[in-house]
Design a protein around this ligand. Structure first.
Ligand code: B12
Length: 230
């Protein structure tokens, strides 16, 4: 939280900025919820202009909209075409953020190979994690969806990665996370394995012997920071 006594801004101006930022976050959420690509792009640009951190733009704005989409889909209030439209809106907003996210790469805190595990095509959560990690200064190799354990191994070796992060959104594809842990162990490779996605949990990660789990993209940075510094 900002220290009010340390800033040169008068209190009324701080309050006005907070209100303006709240309005931008509401627009970001609404844009994804209503699959409004133009609003997503303009609100993302407004957030950048307001110097909002990437973690807030994604975690408190766009991501909140995607949460609503997930809940509505689960409740059969909307169907696959609307979910696809919301995904495309999220991707359009992430494209506006891309130059900002890539600016962090120069510092190279480490390299993370990210992918959605084999048999699974859900990408949005994984893309959000990639964006957050890039924003935090990591070099991220994104394998995209349907990535096999060997795809992770090859990319990690080629790029000297420290961490492999596998996303799974279906109960049927959770097993592919176990396979990645086992492949890393069998090959006696030095990579840490972290996992996430809606059906994944800390208990599941403990069961398969993974090195870490995070429920949200906001927590992934702290998790990777800890593993890379070990
Ligand atoms: C969007 C979506 C789709 C889109 C995906 C678009 C895309 N480009 O990704 C489309 C329409 C293509 C789709 C297709 C399908 N889907 Co779908 N989909 C969803 C939906 C509605 C939202 C998922 C999402 O994007 N959430 C928003 C993101 C931001 O959240 P997230 O993914 O959880 O990610 C966060 C965290 O989990 C974490 N995280 C994520 N990954 C990682 C990785 C690491 C390493 C870490 C640390 C953290 C982390 O950080 C993220 C950000 O905070 C979910 C419902 C739901 N409630 O999850 C169903 C859902 C996942 N889909 C489902 C199904 C069944 C399918 C289909 C089989 C449908 C079909 N009949 O064809 C196909 C999949 C085919 C396949 N082989 O993969 C089921 C899965 C059921 C199950 N438990 O197995 C769900 C749960 C819907 C349901 N209730 O039935 N889907």
């Amino acid at each position: 939280m900002a220290c009010l006594t340390c800033t040169a801004l008068p209190l009324w101006q701080i309050r006005r900025n907070i209100m303006a930022n709240d309005a931008i976050l509401a627009d970001l959420k609404k844009a994804v919820e209503t699959w409004d690509i133009k609003l997503a792009q303009s609100a993302t640009q407004a957030a950048i202009d307001a110097k909002m951190p990437i973690s807030e733009i994604i975690g408190e704005g766009l991501g909140k909209g995607m949460e609503v989409i997930g809940e509505k889909f689960d409740a059969a209030e909307i169907f696959l075409p609307q979910v696809v439209a919301a995904s495309k809106t999220m991707e359009a907003a992430l494209a506006v953020l891309k130059p900002l996210m890539e600016a962090g790469e120069g510092s190279l805190k480490g390299t993370v190979v990210m992918g959605t595990v084999e048999g699974d095509i859900h990408e949005i959560g994984k893309n959000v994690c990639c964006a957050m990690l890039r924003g935090a200064g990591y070099n991220v190799i994104d394998l995209g969806p349907d990535a096999s354990a060997m795809d992770f191994m090859d990319a990690a070796e080629e790029n000297g990665a420290q961490v492999c992060g596998g996303s799974a959104l279906m109960t049927t594809t959770l097993e592919a996370q176990r396979e990645l842990v086992e492949t890393i162990k069998e090959m006696d490779a030095p990579y840490k394995a972290i996992f996430g996605g809606a059906p994944c949990s800390q208990a599941w990660c403990d069961e398969i012997g993974a090195d870490g789990y995070s429920e949200t993209a906001n927590e992934i940075i702290g998790l990777v920071d800890k593993l890379v510094s070990q």
